[in-house]
Design a binder for this molecule. Structure first.
Ligand SMILES: [Zn+2]
Length: 73
């Protein structure tokens, strides 16, 4: 796997854009793997760019929990 240099978005900028842009070419034609893997308190998803074929990994951290609601019924 060849390593490309990040040219557009660093990790913080990527998050600010909601993870909707390729961090390499800044285009929006990106897609995520259907499988989201998890570990203690974190999750990650393999992402790729249709335009420039770059690959990277989205990382998620646990922020809380919600219940299926008694309130909704
Ligand atoms: Zn790209």
């Amino acid at each position: 796997m060849s390593r490309k240099r990040l040219c557009c978005l660093d990790s913080k900028e990527y998050v600010e854009k909601g993870g909707l842009r390729c961090p390499y070419c800044n285009r929006s034609d990106i897609e995520g793997d259907l499988i989201v893997e998890t570990d203690v308190g974190i999750a990650w998803q393999n992402m790729s760019c249709i335009d420039c074929n770059a690959e990277w990994r989205d990382e998620y951290t646990l922020t809380g929990y919600s219940t299926f609601g008694e309130d909704d019924e």
